[in-house]
Design a protein around this ligand. Structure first.
Ligand code: NAD
Length: 278
């Protein structure tokens, strides 16, 4: 469990930093009622991750959409709202204390909370994309087609197959998101990592890139680079806020504030506002 000292320390680090970036994962949205993947009630206790690969999608898109109808109902029809953790990050941006949020989430809640600089590393489940012509449509449209028996749902323009605009396993990260995230990670002086198990790559590499600042990024693109001793001293500070320790803890992150993001981030925000004289 976290301590008040850790909250104060994080607030002081935020006030003292100039280029702050947040990296968020499914854990920031659990308090909005969206289950994460790997937590105790995570989606992988009910679904097989192997069914959500791009090759499985191409093999049998209709089967994918049947699963997606069920899962989509769970994720989207809940009409989840941003929670206090999302709102705290939006306020940090408003205060000039957050350059951007790099999110692995596909729920769009950071934008609803008010963050304007959001890099969607794994896409967004509220959109679908035609795998033939690249046209994007609202997810609801595809769900309507699928529930009316159009399996797989097809593009209104070219009749190509529609796929959720969220990155499936085996799919590459959207180029813009990859480039911009890498640039932000390399240039930040503080990275706040919230609610991620930090085991999904290449997103999990971003805190390491921030920590080292220079170099190491070749592995980000999956290129072979002889591993060398990393110099963590010259890089950004990395603060983790998570319900449990992760592979970053004690190695990449300077410290972990352990507990619920929806409790911890508002407390940090309150202290930041106090230090800034609000
Ligand atoms: P993950 O499920 O692997 O890990 C979530 C982490 O957050 C865990 O370590 C868990 O202990 C922690 N956590 C759970 N509730 C928390 C809370 N209230 N406060 C602080 N920490 C909390 O998720 P991940 O690391 O983001 O990686 C898996 C992939 O899951 C991502 O690619 C993402 O696209 C996808 N995903 C997204 C959503 C969403 O958009 N909301 C939901 C499920 C999965």
């Amino acid at each position: 469990m976290y301590t008040e000292e850790e909250i104060k320390k994080a607030a002081k680090d935020i006030v003292g930093a100039e280029k702050i970036v947040a990296l968020t994962g499914a854990g920031i949205s659990t308090e909005s009622g969206i289950p994460d993947f790997r937590g105790t009630d995570g989606l992988w206790t009910k679904y097989d991750p192997d069914d959500f690969t791009y090759s499985k999608f191409l093999q049998d898109p209709a089967k994918y959409w049947k699963m997606s109808l069920e899962l989509g109902e769970l994720l989207l029809s809940l009409e989840p709202k941003p929670n206090l953790a999302h709102l705290a990050l939006a306020r940090l941006e408003e205060l000039g204390k957050l350059r951007c949020v790099i999110t692995q989430n596909v729920d769009g809640l950071h934008q609803v909370a008010g963050n304007t600089e959001v890099i969607e590393f794994h896409g967004n489940l509220r959109r679908v994309v035609c795998i033939a012509c690249g046209e994007r449509f609202p997810h609801d449209l595809a769900m309507e087609k699928a529930s009316n028996g159009e399996l797989p749902p097809r593009c209104d323009k070219c009749k190509g197959i529609l796929k959720p605009d969220a990155v499936l396993f085996e799919e590459p990260i959207p180029r813009y998101a990859l480039d911009r995230s890498l640039e932000e990670a390399r240039n930040c002086d503080l990275m706040i990592v919230v609610g991620t198990s930090a085991v999904v790559y290449p997103a999990a590499e971003l805190p390491r890139i921030a920590k080292e600042r220079d170099g190491y990024h070749a592995s980000f693109f999956g290129l072979y680079q002889p591993r060398r001793v990393m110099d963590y001293k010259k890089g950004a500070k990395v603060i983790e806020i998570n319900a449990e320790p992760t592979p970053l803890t004690g190695i990449v992150s300077d410290y972990l504030i352990e507990g619920k993001a929806g409790e911890i981030l508002p407390k940090i925000l309150k202290e930041v506002e106090r230090l800034l004289g609000f």
